[in-house]
Write a protein that binds this ligand. Structure first.
Ligand code: GDP
Ligand code: IMO
Ligand code: MG
Length: 427
């Protein structure tokens, strides 16, 4: 059996949580492999909306084992709150949740470091979610970080103090003082809770599941354009958001990778700073934001909105080996007479290309658009693929013909049920 991977092809918030939840019934295990509480994955069913930050989106299906993999950075405080919320809604999350002992721990001081380093960047700030992601991954790569398994060691407190001393000096370097007494109390209480859960060498759990023929779905966080290597650096997150991240973030050999589901919106959004070639800074962008309720699931910030950008999608598809595409939120574009699609970029020397230049900043390229007729039909009211309006079918075919991958899922609303599955056509 193989590990299938579902990941975002844009700048995050494509609708990963929704589709993991839709696909989950056909899987035995759902695993998160990177990121942490910077993620906000929304699921809607039976009239209720759930937002998950660190817990995999398979958690609502009682037969599924859910894994927080070694590549994740875990904030015990946020995690405990999330678990409590699930319990309040009658979900016994602890029963089917396994947490890697190798996952990195986010300390209260990491969150302070995130804030002070962002403040120091001034107008060049990344627009981080301030959840401590960057500083925690820095400590991991710098080989000084603490991991979930360490909380079981008798000398954990000493190691914690040593790391916090280091952070204190770093905060002072930024001209500020580290004051975290209250958060520390919460942190240690949350660790008490964490110790009662299933902390495991999840790489064994996953490989044993693979060998016994179980079906595993790896759930990406963020999106390919936020990847530390291939994203719009430095305006990226600090992890490998691509397929390769699932191998290192779960302990799965590349030969076991199966389907790769690439999710994208019928348009494009970004939250935080950084280049965004097709961004609409006009009333059209505002119309998308309102119709799509484009406000961050984690921070509530308004998301920047623009037209779909095929060169970036081609890039993400190439680097991830995407086998199936899922188009999300097409219902949001109902009110547009024409829909624009960026097919190429025009470079400063006049060349036209569908490849990404080193920088996506405004002065480095100009999007080249094709205009397609809008469909002017509320797609959310449609239950069968065959009933989709012709103009929308043309939009799908146009995109498939450029991306050379089949769009097998079309999502037309936030609810689990607003999902249309298409036969994979040859493209
Ligand atoms: P994720 O981080 O990739 O899981 O995505 P988010 O949950 O942050 O953002 C996606 C938002 O769009 C959520 O509010 C979803 O409920 C919503 N959503 C998902 N699919 C659709 C869709 O097809 N149509 C509409 N209108 N909303 C959707
Ligand atoms: P999901 O999984 C959208 C963005 C932040 C910022 C940059 C770095 O819900 O799609 P970080 O806190 O990681 O240091 O922030 O990345 N970002 C996201 N944008 N969706 C996310 O996750 C994101 N996680 C981080 O806004 O620009
Ligand atoms: Mg999100």
């Amino acid at each position: 059996m193989a590990v299938d991977i579902l990941l975002g092809l844009q700048w995050g918030d494509e609708g990963k949580g929704k589709i993991v939840d839709v696909l989950a019934p056909t899987y035995d295990m759902v695993a998160r492999f990177q990121g942490g509480p910077n993620a906000g994955h929304t699921l809607e069913f039976e009239g209720t909306k759930h937002v998950l930050h660190q817990i995999p989106s398979g958690i609502f299906h009682p037969h599924i084992q859910n894994v927080i993999g070694n590549g994740v950075v875990l904030d015990p405080i946020v995690f405990q709150i999330e678990m409590q919320k699930l319990q309040d809604r009658g979900v016994d999350a602890a029963k089917n949740l396994f947490i890697s002992k190798k996952a990195a721990l986010i300390l209260p001081s990491h969150k302070v470091l995130d804030r002070v380093s962002e403040e120091a960047l001034g107008s060049g700030k990344i627009g981080s979610t301030l959840k401590g992601i960057g500083p925690t991954y820095q400590d991991k790569i710098g080989r000084v970080g603490l991991r979930v398994g360490d909380i079981l060691a008798p000398d954990f407190k000493d190691r914690y103090n040593k790391l916090v001393d280091r952070h204190r000096k770093m905060v002072e370097f930024y001209g500020q003082t580290l004051e975290i007494a209250e958060q520390e109390q919460q942190f240690f209480a949350a660790l008490e809770y964490l110790r009662t859960l299933k902390l495991a060498d999840t790489e064994y759990l996953i490989n044993e599941a693979l060998q016994s023929g179980k079906r595993i779905l790896a759930e990406g966080a963020q999106g390919s354009l936020l990847d530390i290597d291939f994203g719009t650096y430095p305006f990226v997150t600090s992890s490998t958001t691509m397929v390769a991240g699932a191998c290192t973030g779960l302990g799965v050999a590349p030969k076991y990778i199966g389907e790769v589901y690439g999710i994208f919106k019928a348009y494009c959004t970004r939250v935080g700073s950084g280049p965004f070639p097709t961004e609409l800074l006009n009333e059209e962008g505002e119309a998308i934001r309102q119709a799509g309720r484009e406000f961050g699931s984690t921070t509530g910030r308004p998301r920047r909105c623009g037209w779909v950008d095929l060169p970036t999608l081609k890039y993400s598809i190439m680097l991830n080996g995407v086998t199936q595409l899922n188009m999300m939120k097409a219902d949001v574009l109902t009110d547009f007479d024409t829909i624009k699609v960026c097919t190429h970029y025009r470079l400063p020397n006049g060349d036209i290309t569908d490849q990404l230049p080193h920088s996506l900043e405004a002065g480095e390229l100009e999007p080249v658009y094709e205009e397609l007729p809008g469909w002017r039909v509320d797609l959310n009211k449609i239950d069968l693929v065959d009933e989709l309006p012709e103009a929308f079918k043309n939009y799908l075919s146009f995109i498939e013909s450029h991306l050379h991958a089949p769009i097998t899922i079309v999502s037309v609303g936030p609810d689990r049920k607003s999902t249309l599955k298409r036969e994979a056509e040859k493209v």
